[in-house]
Design a protein around this ligand. Sequence first.
Ligand code: TYD
Length: 144
Amino acid sequence: MKENPHLIIFNENKDTRGCLVAIEGGNNIPFEIARVYYIYNTPQNIERGFHAHRNLMQVLIAVNGIIEVTCEYHGQKSFYLLDSPKKGLLLSGLVWRTMKFVSDDSILMVLADTYYDESDYVRNYNDFITLEQNFLSGFLHERA
Ligand code: TYD
């Protein structure tokens, strides 16, 4: 597994008719796709997300517009500007994420490796921090 989160740049098939990007599960993204959802008609600068997942893998793509994604993983914050349908942001598991829909024409398409499962969500930030600390102390304990 590469670093988490991780930006993927897709190949673009571009000609005079426009552009085409193809995404193949297990090929240019590292999982088979079980679910696709998209978020649209968002008010300008609205923020969504504010959760993490216990196990889910997802790729986030701004198929239109501009979306800023802020992530927190293992105590480190990172920031990604999704401003092209060629960019996919891979998030795996326990990443706290917020997505800001900068332009009102923004459309966020998400590819996920499992069906929707509310029990996989961590929606409380303090619970997220506790899970992270448990993970890190287990990791350090294993190395000792
Ligand atoms: P929510 O998790 O609040 O969206 P965001 O990630 O932007 O914060 O989801 C909004 C609603 O949609 C919520 O009632 C759950 C539902 N939903 C599904 O039914 N299936 C799905 O795959 C997803 C992602 C959400």
